[in-house]
Every structure is written in structure tokens, then in C-alpha cells.
Design a protein around this ligand. Structure first.
Ligand code: FAD
Length: 394
């Protein structure tokens, strides 16, 4: 069984077709160009457009709302395929599918579904999820961007940080403070949907990142942005809860991304170890190298199992907060472990930009940071061990 075959879970034929579609598109249309996009920091707009046409921007949206209505497991397996080819493309899809689309589908009105979600699912609009701020990362309840109610509008002011798809998204889901008097800071937050070209919305210049260099990341500055009441998503004051629910899905999606990165790194390392000779034999024949590969393969398989297990729990309607954190924590640390060892197996060549493992190591790092750092995942998991509700749900 090859590493690629290890993705073969018992899936029905239709699910298999979707995963196969993702794999073929990734192998033909993404993987051959990923290094060049990374080098040029080029957002592959045309590829995202084509993925949109194929339904990849509405993977989890129900069919009556214009999406493909896939189950969590199929979606995550498709994310692994895309990430194995290019983690930058996968995060563009991951954010769009698992965060704004989720919150809108769950809490949007029929009018908001019509105006925003359906075009998003059809691939006509790309979305971004704007919760972090320069001074609010792990502590999301401290968000300070404000929405102030006037007679007929809301007026938004503030700055959002590190927005994936910033500057290329058509629509922004933004977490803002609508009340400073709420009993807890987290209860004073609400979500708004904002067209990226609304007056007063400005994307900053793209961040110059260590990895994911062809994914676009910017600040979004909101300066007296005026919105109608129809831009408020769900109930006022519930934004923090909606964000946490979305992030459960987002974290699982990042975990699948990390599995994809790790799989690609292992695959490169395995092939290189069979080809590269030192002391007149392939380096795979040295136990030191084969043990590295064995550890890499074992961790990868365990990370994938956690991701799939959590997807099945979601399909059964169980709470996934703790499991999603476990999957994200373990898979992201696995991606770093496997990519780091892959560079080691490549030796000096691994340190050169001519070989893919260098990019994979840079890309792997961010999976330990975004959508909650590894420390925050440990906080959630640790807290869940002492909470009866979470234990039942986890
Ligand atoms: C490439 C990229 C893309 C991103 N995309 C998006 C996006 O699309 N939308 C969005 O809203 N945000 C996005 N982010 C932001 C990301 O989610 C935050 O960077 C992340 O949540 C961490 O916040 P911070 O950077 O402010 O770090 P901080 O919260 O300042 O943390 C700094 C350090 O302190 C540790 N720490 C903080 N609190 C605790 C605690 N309670 N216990 C233990 N340790 C703690 C952290 O683990 C970390 O090591 C992105 C970030 C990056 C790098």
C-alpha cells in the first residue's frame, strides 16, 4: 500500500468520485505550479475561479442553497488532496468553506442566503473571515472593532489583522463589538457581512509571510463603513458563539490541511530515500533513515485517523469542540515533525529552494498558529477534561 492509497477509507462510490476529482485536479492543475506561485507570491486567481466552477466553494453548503452538500468526511478528504498539492490553495478553500459559509448557512436569513451564500456556493463570490485584530488574537473576546447603531444604519470602525483572502475576497464576514455594556466581553460581539468594495473598506498591502506565500493575507481597515440592518448575521450579541462554532469546523479543516502537507513531505522523503545513494547503497537501507520514515508514517496515519474520527462524530451530530482541537493540535505538530524530518532526509538538498520539502516545512509552521495556536488547543482540551458537558460531547 502506498502513502496515497492510505487515504482509501471505506467510502461509497459517490464520495470516492469527489475525492478522486480533488486528487486529479490537485495533481494536474495545482501541484506542478505550487513552487512557482510560492516563489512569486502569486495568488492563483484563475485556479480558484475554476475550482469555484467545479463546486469547491460550496462543498459543505446544502444543495438547495447552491452547494454540493457534502458530508464532513468527504470534505476533509478533499481538503487533504488539495493541501498535499499546495497548502496555500487549500487555506483559501478552507476558510471560505468552513467559516463564512458555515456561519451564513446556519445563522443567515433566507434573504442573506439568496444574496450572499448562494453566489458564494456557486463560486461567484470568494469570502474571508475577519475575526483577529492586531491586539486580539488568541483572546478573541477582546475584539475592539466597533459597530455603532445610528437611526437607520450600523457604522463600523476598526482594523482586522491577518485576513486570509484579504484583498481578493468579494465579501467579508466581520466580528465586531456591538455592545460595551454586555455582562461578559464575549457577549457584546456580533457578525456582519460586508461587501469588500463597500465605502470605507480597505485591504492593506499583502503580508510578506514565511510560508503559504501564494495565499493572500492582509489587514482590513474599516473606516466609517455604513451598513444596513440586513448585514447583521443572526442575533446581535451572539457573534462570539458563532465564531467558536465555525472555528470547530475550521480547525478540523486545518487539521486536514496539515495531514495533506505531512503526506506530501513523507511521499517526497520516501522517494528520495530510495533514489539517493551514499556508501554505495540507497539511504533508505540505513536504519537511521528508515526509522525516521517509520515515525513519519505512523504519526501521519494517527493524525489522519483523528481527523476522520472527528468528522464521523460530527456526522453523528455529536459535539466536536474537544476532538477538533485534538485533531488540529496533533495534525499540525505532525506536519511540522514530518516536514522537518523530510528536510533532514534530503540533507543539503532539503535546505535548497529547488526541492519541495523546504516549502512544505515553511507551510507546515502556520498550521500550529492559525485558527488557534497549539497552546490554545491544549487550553481547550485541558478545560474539556474537567467539564462534564465537554466530556460527554468530546
Ligand atoms: C497566515 C495567517 C493567516 C491567518 N488568517 C486569519 C484569518 O483569515 N482570519 C482571522 O481572523 N485571523 C487569521 N489569522 C490570525 C490567527 O488566527 C492568529 O494569529 C492566531 O489566532 C494567534 O493570535 P496572535 O497571532 O495574536 O497570537 P497571540 O494570541 O498574541 O499569542 C502569542 C503567543 O502566546 C500564546 N498564548 C496566548 N494566549 C495563551 C494562553 N491563554 N495560554 C497559553 N499560551 C497563550 C500563543 O499560543 C502564542 O504562542 C491568520 C494568521 C496567519 C499567520
Amino acid at each position: 500500500m502506498t502513502m496515497v492509497d492510505m487515504i482509501a477509507d471505506p467510502l461509497d462510490e459517490q464520495r470516492k468520485e469527489f475525492v478522486q476529482l480533488a486528487r486529479e485536479f490537485a495533481e494536474k492543475e495545482i501541484a506542478p505550479y505550487a513552487a512557482e506561485w510560492d516563489r512569486r507570491k502569486e495568488f492563483p486567481r484563475e485556479v480558484i475561479r475554476r475550482l469555484g466552477e467545479l463546486g469547491f466553494l460550496g462543498l459543505l453548503v446544502s444543495e438547495d442553497l447552491g452547494g454540493l452538500g457534502l458530508d464532513a468526511l468527504t470534505y476533509l478528504m478533499m481538503m487533504e488532496e488539495i493541501a498535499a498539492a499546495d497548502a496555500s490553495v487549500s487555506i483559501t478553500l478552507s476558510v471560505h468553506n468552513s467559516l463564512p459559509s458555515y456561519v451564513l448557512q446556519r445563522y443567515g436569513t433566507p434573504e442573506q442566503h439568496e444574496r450572499w451564500l448562494k453566489p458564494m456556493a456557486r463560486g461567484e463570490l470568494l469570502a474571508a473571515f475577519c475575526v483577529s485584530e492586531p491586539d486580539s488574537g488568541s483572546d478573541l473576546a477582546s475584539v475592539s472593532t466597533t459597530a455603532t447603531r445610528t437611526e437607520s444604519t450600523w457604522v463600523i470602525n476598526g482594523t482586522k489583522a491577518w485576513v486570509t483572502n484579504g484583498g481578493v475576497a468579494d465579501v467579508l464576514l466581520i466580528l465586531v463589538r456591538t455592545s460595551k455594556q454586555a455582562e461578559k466581553p464575549s457577549r457584546g460581539l456580533s457578525f456582519f457581512i460586508v461587501p469588500a468594495d463597500a465605502d470605507g473598506v480597505q485591504a492593506s498591502k499583502p503580508e510578506d509571510k514565511m510560508g503559504l506565500r501564494s495565499s493572500r493575507t492582509t489587514q482590513i481597515v474599516l473606516d466609517d463603513v455604513r451598513l444596513g440592518a440586513d448585514c447583521l448575521i443572526g442575533q446581535e450579541g451572539m457573534g462570539f458563539r458563532y465564531a467558536m462554532e465555525g472555528l470547530d469546523r475550521g480547525r478540523l479543516s486545518v487539521a486536514a490541511q496539515a495531514v495533506g502537507i505531512a503526506r506530501a513531505a513523507l511521499d517526497h522523503a520516501r522517494r528520495y530515500a530510495a533514489e539517493r545513494k551514499q556508501f554505495n547503497k540507497p539511504i533508505k537501507d540505513f536504519q537511521g533513515v528508515s526509522f525516521m520514515l517509520a515515525d513519519m508514517a505512523t504519526r501521519l496515519a494517527a493524525a489522519r485517523s483523528l481527523v476522520h474520527d472527528t468528522a464521523r462524530a460530527e456526522e453523528r451530530g455529536e459535539g466536536i469542540t474537544q476532538r477538533a482541537s485534538m485533531a488540529k493540535l496533533f495534525a499540525s505538530e505532525t506536519a511540522m515533525f514530518v516536514a522537518n524530518h523530510a528536510v533532514q532526509i534530503f540533507g543539503g538538498y532539503g535546505y535548497m529552494k529547488d526541492y519541495p520539502v523546504e516549502r512544505l516545512l515553511r507551510d507546515a509552521k502556520v498550521t500550529e498558529i492559525y485558527e488557534g495556536t497549539s497552546e490554545i488547543q491544549r487550553v481547550i482540551i485541558g478545560r474539556g477534561l474537567f467539564s462534564e458537558t465537554d466530556q460527554r460531547r468530546g
